[in-house]
Ligand binder design. Sequence first.
Ligand SMILES: NC(=O)c1ccc[n+]([C@@H]2O[C@H](COP(=O)([O-])OP(=O)(O)OC[C@H]3O[C@@H](n4cnc5c(N)ncnc54)[C@H](OP(=O)(O)O)[C@@H]3O)[C@@H](O)[C@H]2O)c1
Length: 302
Amino acid sequence: MNASIPNFTLANGQKIPAMGYGVYMMSSEEVREHLPQALELGYRHIDTANAYFNEVAVGEVVRSCGIPREELFVTTKLFPQSYPYERCAADIDATLSRLGLDYVDLLLFHQPYGDYVDGWRAMEEAVTSGKARAIGLSNFPVHKIDEILEVAVIKPAVLQVEINPYWNQRELKHALAERGLDDMVFEGWYPLGHGDAGLLAEPVFSQIAAAHGKTPAQVILRWHYQEGNVVFPKTLNPGHMADNIDIFDFEITDDEMARIAELPQHPFYQVPEEPPAFVLVENDYAQQATSGPRSPMRPNGE
Ligand SMILES: NC(=O)c1ccc[n+]([C@@H]2O[C@H](COP(=O)([O-])OP(=O)(O)OC[C@H]3O[C@@H](n4cnc5c(N)ncnc54)[C@H](OP(=O)(O)O)[C@@H]3O)[C@@H](O)[C@H]2O)c1
């Protein structure tokens, strides 16, 4: 099977596959085993980060998989230690060196703390020099995005935040559209609620799934697509990998979308205003995760 996954379009005209493969909390061994399976199934979009400690393995698979580089969409993210302008360019180079790539398709500031205003200039320079095709933000609230917009020559093309049917982020999308960022593409982390059993067991999903001959997880992923969210569910299960991209042959009706919108809204993780301790550690990314997931992230999110 080699499914065709539709694209969304970024503000700069660049195409971004609406569905990707996320490698959060995957060891290098797991990446070497499972990322090729995902690519074989038809995935072309990979979401990693400096702080996932698996970029070396991601880069090895990307370079050896036989798929032309321009057909792949690779995202990585910088952690706050790399934001200061004086440091940012060197850390972007080190990131590319770990990946063994000339450029990434999307580079994000991972967390909304530290010198993100100063560092945004280095992100823009990475676009100018061709090291990043697009740049964006993750986990930033509106008032910190405003700080970046005050200095930005290149506006963030993407905002990666928690999105799932329990936290649909419609208010955030509305607030950013009001600021002229209506062409910003949203990426949803915890797209399946990090595997939350309660979310997957919501009757509305089993009812809609039965009506369309799909699983509840597929209904949730289709809901993301119809909401315009790019997602990259994480799974080590090849059956789930195949199921998760088999969502482009049915449509959730307006009435069904309205029923999903009635679910009570609450995030799984509230991004704190002040930096939590795990963000302030100085990571050594030369130490890649060899056996077992290595991540400085809190166990319940990042
Ligand atoms: N920017 C950020 O701060 C941030 C934070 C968190 C995550 N992310 C990104 O988002 C990606 C996804 O997030 P996540 O892994 O935390 O949450 P997720 O994709 O919502 O949930 C992953 C869980 O869902 C299960 N699952 C996957 N497909 C399934 C299916 N078809 N049916 C039933 N269960 C299924 C997986 O179990 P199985 O292995 O059994 O399938 C796994 O336990 C990450 O890999 C990362 O790239 C970014």
